[in-house]
Write a protein that binds this ligand. Sequence first.
Ligand code: DON
Length: 378
Amino acid sequence: MGLLFYLYLSASIVLMGEEVNAAIHLRSWDTRNGLKVSSRKKGSNANPEIRQRISRRLEELYRRHLSRHDEEVVSFYEPGVGYNKPKQFVEAEQKPFAISLVTMDGEVFQAGDYNLPFALQSISKVFVYGLALEDYGRDHVLERVGVEPSGDAFNSIVFDERNNRPFNPMVNAGALATTNLVVSGDTAEQALKRILGILRRYAGNWSLEVNEVTFEAEMRTADRNRATAYLMRSDGMLGGDVETTLALYLQQCSVSVTCQDLALMAATLANGGANPATGEQALAPRYVRDVLSVMHTCGMYDFAGQWAYRIGIPAKSGVSGGILAVVPGKLGIGVFSPGLDAYGNSVRSTAVCEEISERLGLHIFAGAGEDALLGPGT
Ligand code: DON
């Protein structure tokens, strides 16, 4: 069965208790994921008292949010269907909920359905943007896609006309531009291989794959993205074959991940681009700040300003209900719950991130005395 099962079992058991010690070490991964089994990192600087404090708060947070926020949900997303789902599906989908935290020592704290797969969706934009930066460098990528919050919905067909480019890589038009960059000069197969390779490296999970059912459904209902892409090509914002770019974009959106994967991916960004569990570099350190900057200003669509003000952690959401949030140098956060608000962000995941930020003093502009992870905290 392997060590990975042991990790999940351990987490489930500890979540039943009042006193939680969820200091589970991702360095003990099962080799089925292609990772070496290695021992706990020496010299971990997280002391047991802090670990227990985080675990207790996580457990309490999970339980409380599990029974809240249903009334705030305005829609659910299902590939091939869209946002307006019949009531019976809505009820079935209100249950999945997971919170995962990964420290810079590769320790994971988690609660709920953290092993449940869902489509990465728009969160993939973060990693493909990083790949485009590595392929072409900052200046060239900036010519093709800006770094300005659009203030519009993620699927808006409005462009930065002054510069003839999409506003930023976190909205669909910008993501189409970055995916287009990654595939130019490559075959579609090679480009997909590279994208999958990089996602796996961020997550430290060599089994990440495109969910073909999701992809097929996304392709069937891609009218708006297709229209956006053709319009972009007609204005010179996109090169090559539109259908190839569109398919690749929807494939990256259709990669199945778990909440634990999300937290690992976030932790990799928090750790200067190096996966804290495997030590592998997923993104060159000089581009980490570029990626985090656009996440911070544009990652939550037209809620990005409110998110930066209230939560203050670079983050990215996807329509499946996942949110990936990065606390540089400290923590990777993954939260998953499918009910969405009017902006297309997960209601419960947003509320959880807000509370984690508040209670652990993680807002990037919080004072040192508010920092419960490294400082005295409350
Ligand atoms: O581009 C689309 O329509 C979706 N497949 C992905 C969108 C998404 O996740 C944007 N989200 N919040």
